[in-house]
Every structure is written in C-alpha cells, then in structure tokens.
Ligand binder design. Structure first.
Ligand code: NAD
Length: 381
C-alpha cells in the first residue's frame, strides 16, 4: 500500500437487531455447507438450538466445538481445529464473545494455512503474516465487547509462557457479523461492565492513536458517545433491549475504529496484566484506562478534549487543555458508576506486593513487544 493511501476493512455483511441470530443460515447458505459451530458450553447451552435450527433449515450441516475457554489457549484452538477437520467442515460459525470468535478465526488460519497458531504471531521472528484467507466465518456476538467480529486481530494465550500473543491480518476478518440484543440480555452485570469498558477503551485508543484517520475517527467518536450513554443503562437493567442494541452498535463501531486505526498503550499493558494475573480483558483495560489517559493527554490535548465532550464532561467552549484534563476523571466516574473496581477482588488473582514487583519488568517487556505502546500519543519509557 502506498504511503498516500489508507485502507478500511470490514465484514462483508453486518446484521443487527432482535432475533438476528435466526438469519445466520440464510447469510451462510451461499458460503458453505458444513459449519463448525464454536462456542463456550454455557452460551451454546442457551442459544445453540436457535442457531442450529437456522443453519440446518438453510441446508447447512453442523458440527459443534463448545469447549472454548475464556482467553483461549494454543491447546484450546488446536482441539477446535481437530473437530473442524474430523467433521470435514468448510465454514465456521462462532457463537459467543471475543473468546469463541478468536478461536474460530484461529481455526480458520490453521485450516487454510497449516501449522500452529503460534506460527502466525506478530511477535515471531521472521513474521510473514497470514498468506491465505480463512474459510467463510459468521461471528454471532454475545458480549458487547471486543468488536472481534469486525477486526483483523486474534488474541491467543500461550499457556507455556503465560503471555497473550496477537495475530493480525486482513485475511482473518469474518465474512458476516451478527449483533442480536436478545442474546446479550443474559450477560451478567459483571461481564456487561468488563466488555463495555473494553469497547470504550477501543474507541478512545483508536481516536487518540498516532494511526488515527478520518474514517475510523467518525466511528470512534460515535462509539464513545454511545458507550458513555448506554453502558450504565445496560449494566443496571440487562433486560433493556434498546440499551443492549445500542451497546452492540457502540462496540461494533469501536472494533471497526481500532482495527482501521490501532489500539495503544492501555492494550499493550492490559494483555500481560490479563495473562499474568488472570484478570478478564475488559476489567484490565478499565483499571488502566483513566490513568493512561491522564499520562497521555499532553500528547494529544485536542483529541482528549473531544473525548471529554463526547462523555458530557466538558462543553464546546471549554478550552482544550482544561477539557482534556476532564477526560480521564470522566472515564473513572463511568467505571465507578458500573462498580467496575468492585469486581477486581472477585475476578482477579491479585498477587502479593512482592510477587507483583517481581512480575513488573516481565509485564513491561511484554507490553513493549506487542508494539501497541508505539501508537500512543505520548510514548512511555
Ligand atoms: P468471553 O468471550 O471470554 O466471554 C466471557 C464469559 O462470558 C464466558 O464465560 C462466556 O461463556 C460468558 N458469556 C458470553 N456471552 C454471554 C451471554 N450472552 N450470556 C451469558 N454469558 C455469556 O468475553 P469477551 O470479553 O467477549 O472476550 C475476551 C477475549 O477477547 C479475550 O481473550 C481478549 O483478549 C479477546 N479480544 C479480542 C479482540 C480481537 O479483536 N480479536 C479484541 C479485544 C479482545
């Protein structure tokens, strides 16, 4: 790609609305005849029948891998690949959040290109990307969220080193994304909070990134506004389908924004934080985001000022530097409104101060290796 051009990637089709899961069969009928359905057991137990009847009534046979674990590992995606091959599948349908979506994408990479998923990690010496596109993949999202149904990223945990690695390629963008608020209604308040803050982090980081440009900017701005308004509503009342749909839209926009711009320092730090201390990804982001915003705002004061305005924490006529200073506290307030920090002791394996001190150097090195901190408007040492 020439330095003068920018490229925007997206799923070929995006279906949004109540009962959209029932469109999966029609959307995939021309794309494959034997689908591997990839899910966690809990989500498959809840919604698997609805999905299978949609696929089967469109003439698509199904095999199921419902053993995805949150933050999927190399061994987990290898087991899913075996199921794909044993059942002679030619397409993939994921049902769940970022973990099943990334598992499905990883199965696709290995099915199309061979090897193990570690061979395609961006931090690998001699990295050459993903040569051939994954088979047709329909991602039915049940968190709101990672935006993985619209991104060119895969995040996998290497259990041998307790690190998360990234695969990044336009060849892994799903063909179809489905956003159905009747599926996110069952997401408990804790995961509504984690995944919603993950989406906000994507949008803020895409907007302040040194890679930002006009097209993802519009999506990032809209996502910040949407998540700021609707996350507290969907957290407080999970049955509010308007709030659930607005959050699905906001996190989709945030995913599209960051995958066509970038994430930055928060994500660089959150991956080792999550992998070492077993903190859910969104919670790790939410703990870090206000502090990283405070550190970074002097690198892009106009952008942070706009974030504060989109979150209703500053007026149009507030001077930029003053407005920028309100952005981090506004995010912190939002996190408090959804009790995010209260979940830390429940979900994270918080180590002793001594053990943590021993890990900090390793975690910093992992953060740097991901490349994400290079996109930050203010560079950390
Ligand atoms: P998840 O997919 O790990 O799900 C978390 C838990 O919520 C699971 O136990 C799951 O069974 C449950 N769950 C999901 N949907 C539910 C529903 N509707 N009702 C009840 N329970 C439900 O969570 P996530 O935050 O969506 O994904 C996190 C993963 O995504 C991490 O590995 C993270 O690194 C990765 N990620 C990937 C990208 C990308 O672009 N590829 C971006 C951000 C994060």
């Amino acid at each position: 790609m020439s330095e003068q051009t920018a490229r925007f990637v997206s799923p070929e089709e995006i279906v949004v609305g109540e009962d959209a899961v029932e469109d999966a069969g029609d959307r995939m009928a021309a794309r494959g005849s034997r689908a591997l359905v990839v899910a966690t057991s809990g989500v498959f137990g809840r919604y698997g029948d609805r999905l299978r009847s949609s696929l089967e009534s469109a003439g698509i046979e199904t095999a199921v891998f419902d053993e995805v674990r949150p933050d999927p590992t190399v061994a987990n995606v290898r087991a899913a690949l075996e199921r794909y091959r044993d059942a002679d599948c030619d397409c993939i349908v994921t049902l769940g959040g970022g973990s099943p979506i990334d598992t499905g994408k990883a199965v696709g990479v290995m099915a199309a290109n061979g090897g193990t998923i570690r061979d395609y990690a961006v931090d690998r010496a001699g990295y050459e990307g993903v040569p051939d596109p994954i088979p047709p993949l329909c991602a039915i999202n049940t968190t709101a969220g990672t935006g993985s149904e619209a991104t060119r990223s895969i995040v996998i945990t290497d259990e041998s080193t307790a690190t998360k690695f990234l695969v990044v390629s336009t060849e892994v963008v799903p063909s179809v994304a489905i956003e159905d608020p009747t599926l996110t209604r069952s997401l408990p308040p804790s995961h509504t909070a984690f995944t919603g803050i993950d989406a906000l982090t994507h949008a803020v980081e895409a907007y302040v990134s040194v890679q930002a440009w006009s097209l993802p900017d519009t999506l990032a701005r809209s996502a910040i506004e949407r998540v700021g308004r609707w996350l507290p509503v969907s957290w407080a009342n999970g049955d509010d389908l308007t709030a659930r749909e607005e959050m699905l839209l906001g996190q989709l926009q945030a995913g599209q924004a960051f995958t066509n711009s970038s994430v930055a320092l928060v994500h660089g730090m959150a991956r080792p934080f999550g992998a070492q201390l077993h903190v859910p990804h969104g919670l790790a982001n939410g703990v870090l985001l206000p502090y990283v915003m405070e550190f970074s705002r002097q690198g892009a004061p106009k952008r942070y000022a706009e974030v504060a305005r989109l979150l209703d924490a500053a007026d149009d006529d507030t001077p930029d530097r003053e407005a920028a200073a309100a952005a981090g506290p506004a995010v912190r307030q939002l996190c408090e409104d959804i009790s995010l920090y209260g979940y830390l002791s429940e979900f994270a394996e918080v180590p002793s101060r001594e053990a943590y001190a021993g890990l900090v150097g390793e975690m910093a090195a992992d953060a740097v290796a991901s490349g994400s901190p290079d996109n930050n408007p203010r560079k950390p040492t």
